[in-house]
Write a protein that binds this ligand. Structure first.
Ligand code: ZN
Length: 443
């Protein structure tokens, strides 16, 4: 009996073996055009090997981690989403390269990129290194929080899209390509016939819906370099525009700083009142106080361009105007990683020629309540001027370089808050006005 059973088992094993071999051959024939070659080590990661998969003239390079489930997941992904995607010209040769965008203890995010004429086509893949699963945005958030998450992402994206002429739409599908950093998520937004648009959104914005393991932590820090996208949409930047549409809003704006001893106190006050404001900084001051600029950016305050030397622009040559703005813009970008959307000419002095020199993507922001705080240096007078003229949609001009102005800000924030005003940044105000207009026109 025993022997018979054993023989049966052997026969079964043999049959299974034959089946496995023939299946393997069959698969090989079917995927005959797919080949893998290991050829060198990734220069940035000493333990990672570079391999490639090819099919029909497309060669996809990919990293081999020597973690079986992970390596398997990468290859399956490439076969399904890169090699099998509809390729317009099957006769031409193309190479898809990869870049390890983020590699932490818990996850790895890989960006595949391919030059297609003028455009770069991207694919991203984020894998949980613990179990080799490919992560989708659903996997990142708490149960039942996906809708809220997509809503937050849509709101954040809207702010980025508003200055372009592209139609805006947002759904889950839009956020399927992402890279998981420690502090942010970077999405590659795809639009028909367009270059994929990278868009980084800070985790602060949605940390309340994010699963604990994906929150910013030691385990999610990059193993090699601490890289994050340069320009990140932060919590305070545009979130909640909707809730302001039916409220009284007002914009505090501060020129000529930043300055130690005053700007920092104003930042403290803004935080205390959960208020947003805009600082039109001078390049010459920003250069001396990069930490204040960093703080503004980190705390979600808006930074605008007020030129480098505070010269009257109407008296400058085209080239001088350009240099004054460009120097300051470069500084803002270098220090905060963000670009400024708004500029304010010194003394409010501007004409058609100056406007022509300004870059299209920089909007001019003037004001309609002038506190003349630089002249009077009197807290009561400043407060009085604001309280006499405050109204929904007004823009208040102050300077964050005087002690009297700091004291006035403290009182103004308290008084206007108690009257129900919401303090928004200048570009938020423009956005709110635009959205209200759209509502009125039934768009
Ligand atoms: Zn000024």
């Amino acid at each position: 009996m025993r022997k018979k059973k054993l023989r049966k088992k052997r026969v079964l094993a043999l049959l299974l073996g034959i089946f496995a071999v023939s299946w393997a051959i069959h698969s090989t024939i079917q995927k005959a055009s797919t080949e893998t070659i290991s050829f060198h080590m990734d220069p940035n990661y000493p333990n990672i090997e570079v391999s490639s998969l090819s099919a029909m003239g497309t060669h996809v390079e990919f990293p081999v981690f020597h973690i079986e489930k992970v390596d398997q997941a990468i290859q399956t992904y490439i076969k399904e989403y890169i090699l099998d995607s509809d390729r317009k010209d099957e006769n031409s040769e193309s190479v898809v390269k990869y870049h390890i965008a983020h590699y932490s203890e818990q996850t790895v995010s890989i960006l595949f990129h391919e030059n297609q004429g003028e455009k770069v086509k991207t694919n991203t893949l984020t894998i949980n290194l613990m179990d080799g699963t490919i992560l989708s945005i659903n996997d990142l958030v708490l149960e039942d929080k996906l809708d809220e998450f997509v809503n937050i992402l849509s709101n954040a994206t809207f702010s980025k899209w508003k200055n372009t002429n592209q139609p805006f739409w947002a759904d889950r599908e839009m956020f399927k390509d992402f890279i998981l950093y420690n502090d942010s998520l970077l999405f590659y937004i795809k639009q028909e016939g367009q270059q994929d648009v990278p868009l980084a959104i800070s985790k602060q914005l949605f940390s309340h819906v994010l699963k604990e393991q994906f929150q910013a932590s030691e385990a999610n820090q990059d193993l090699i370099k601490n890289r994050e996208p340069r320009e990140i949409i932060t919590e305070q930047s545009k979130q909640g525009i909707e809730e302001f549409l039916n409220q009284k809003v007002i914009a505090l704006t501060f020129d000529d700083g930043p300055k130690q001893g005053t700007t920092d106190k104003i930042l403290d006050l803004l935080t205390k009142y959960n208020a947003h404001a805009t600082f039109f900084v001078l390049g010459s001051m920003a250069e001396k106080n990069p930490d204040l600029l960093k703080r503004m950016s980190k705390e979600g305050q808006e930074i605008g361009n007020h030129t480098y030397n505070h010269k009257q622009m109407t008296k400058l040559t085209d080239e001088e105007i350009y240099t004054e703005l460009k120097q300051t813009e470069n500084l803002i970008q270098k220090i905060t990683g963000k670009t400024s959307e708004l500029m304010r000419p010194p003394y409010g002095s501007i004409d058609v020629r100056v406007r022509n020199v300004l870059n299209d993507d920089m909007e001019v922001m003037l004001w309609n309540i002038d506190t003349e705080d630089w002249k009077c240096r009197n807290t009561d007078e400043i407060v009085q001027e604001v309280m006499n003229n405050a109204a929904d949609g007004k823009v208040i001009l102050m300077h964050d370089i005087y002690q009297t102005s700091v004291e006035a800000v403290s009182i103004i924030l308290e008084k206007l808050s108690s009257q129900g005003y919401k303090f928004v940044s200048a570009s938020e105000l423009l956005e709110i006005q635009k959205r209200r207009m759209m509502v009125n026109e039934g768009i």
